[in-house]
Design a protein around this ligand. Structure first.
Ligand SMILES: [Zn+2]
Length: 232
């Protein structure tokens, strides 16, 4: 998966470096073009700032589960006053999804957003299983790039709505393709996915709550503190 991402990133970067536009990107890139391409990333969102989601949209609720003991480790790993951080362009997309949901009487609650590499390493050390936690040796998680977000559906007052599982459930029930018999849960999963996909995110088959910006490969890892003024 990771190498697929890198390969995709390489060709997108190359296409951009060659000046291929959105329209012509489908044209094959020749070996001569590859050799002639400047080794410089022309299109990149590397400098796009990290922002607090609630400053972009104060109607979005959040409860960072890793700042509580309500996660699969059963203990707190983020500092108490951690901020809910994402790349600005990604937070703006979340705002779009929120607007779609609010028109239907619902909204988003974030369970995890930016996750520093040290925190991801802790998750991995506790559960070194690539089915559940992306291996740090293979690039870790897009959460560390500020482009992935874990969200659930709430009502306008922030009350969590019935969903297939709780956060970080590693069973088959957490698959985004809900096959249970509860019509309300099925509708909620569909509602959340539709809003997120419409806003520019892609979902994950094994975790109904996990979404990544569809252009995630243009970004890069981030290293910053979760707390305002925190050290790292
Ligand atoms: Zn996630």
């Amino acid at each position: 998966m990771r190498s697929f991402r890198l390969t995709t990133m390489f060709f997108l970067t190359l296409a951009a470096a060659l000046g291929l536009t959105e329209r012509s990107r489908a044209e094959p890139v020749t070996a001569a073009q590859v050799r002639a391409a400047p080794r410089k990333i022309v299109v990149s969102y590397q400098k796009e700032p990290m922002v607090e989601v609630t400053k972009i949209d104060p109607t979005i609720f959040y409860e960072l589960r890793y700042a509580t003991d309500r996660n699969f480790l059963g203990r707190q790993i983020y500092p108490q006053n951690s901020r809910c951080l994402l790349r600005k362009g990604v937070a703006l997309r979340l705002k779009r999804a929120q607007a779609v949901l609010r028109k239907q009487g619902y909204g988003l609650k974030v369970w995890d957003a930016y996750r520093p590499a040290w925190a991801h390493q802790m998750l991995w050390e506790n559960t070194p299983n690539p089915e559940y936690v992306a291996a740090p040796s293979r690039g870790g998680s897009f959460h560390g790039w500020g482009v992935s977000v874990d969200v659930t559906l709430v009502d306008l007052e922030g009350k969590e709505q019935p969903m297939p599982t709780d956060f970080d459930d590693f069973t088959d029930a957490a698959k985004s393709d809900y096959v249970g018999g509860d019509a309300t849960i099925a509708a909620n999963v569909r509602r959340l996915r539709r809003a997120m996909i419409e806003a520019g995110f892609g979902g994950l088959r094994d975790e109904w709550w996990h979404f990544t910006a569809e252009d995630a490969n243009y970004y890069c890892p981030v290293d910053m503190p979760l707390e305002a003024g925190g050290r790292y």
